[in-house]
Write a protein that binds this ligand. Sequence first.
Ligand code: DOR
Length: 425
Amino acid sequence: MKLLIKGGTVVDPAARRMYRADVLVEGDRVTAVDKRLAGGDARVFDAGGKLVFPGLIDMHVHLREPGQEYKETIATGTRAAVRGGFTAVAAMPNTKPVADTPAVIRYVLEKAREAGLARVYPVGALTRGSRGEELSEIGELKAAGAVAFSDDGRPVAGAGMMRRAMEYARMLGVPVISHCEEPSLAAGGVMHEGLVATTLGLRGIPAAAEEVMVARDLILAEMTGCHLHVAHVSTAGAVRLIREAKARGVRVTAEATPHHFTLTDRAVADYDTLAKVNPPLRSDADVAAVREGLGDGTIDVIATDHAPHASHEKNVEFDLAAFGLVGLETAVGLVFTELVADNVLDVPAAVAKMSLNPARILGLQAGIIEPGAAADITVFDPEAEEVVDPALLAGKSKNTPFGGYRLKGVVYAAVVGGRVHLRDR
Ligand code: DOR
């Protein structure tokens, strides 16, 4: 099988440049990248006027399988991924059972292989059952295929436990992804603590809940030498702490989600449970700081925290609604609409945060289109526009707060290991 992606503009996030070139794919590999390639008997894919990215990687996704297949499955979640332009995702371990045994890791990999859509890289649980009481068998989980470790959704409350986890992870050369939330500060909160929460009579989660934990984990990363990756940064203080730690040489990377650089707590103002997410949507100043952190390189990655929930878990009173929103199918459009159009990031920098940087953090050979590389490629039309229609999402759950948003740029196709997944509209 040969494929010629013709006439597009290739984005190289490593060299931070864009250039006109054809890309030849043979089997599951890129074999040539050059001006005007002759493809012979190759299937020709016209990419004129389009951008050709190294396959996008979403390093923070909840696929819900095993255990909560009514919300999402590996098949539906990876279908949403390729529709959103992602050729690979990292799957968080808060499944049922939790991904704390090699059997669950292997199950996830097997289901992903069967689905044949996006690649799936499992994240193993840091502690057994993500209860924060004893370490999971990180070495065995790594051998089974886990690429990083986290108790995402459930912060590791004890500093001693986090220290041991980081020491162990450092020894094995794997990153620890931290959901930074100090439980006693966040307890009972359902949205950002501030004026909007007070007006609505809802209990708040203060910015300090995140910042206290970011500070703790940075100190522990410095002490242990472990690579700490801070998930879904949402506050100005967290951005500042990470920036300072990077300047000191601490091994830390960080991610931000499209909803945290786009929306504020005002999205909750009419008790809209679609905007209930953890960490919560924050203030204007926090959103500005997250954007600044993306622009100056403090925040390395854009990841969605894709968190599918069924409608009966969202169509309830605000206090009872599940935290989380789906993000795979709106992420690239939001990046181009909110960050590229606003000159927060240029195109190569935006693409770096969605391909090369997550690849480096997770230790994957990906993020660049060059001869010999795996043929994971995203084709994107930056001129097209679309209005988000939740009913058209490919994922099983439709819990997006971006329904009705007009997005600049539309994913055209995702190529995974040489297989083309054209986006149907
Ligand atoms: O809003 C969230 N939903 N935040 C998390 O940390 C977990 C996620 C989920 O799994 O639903």
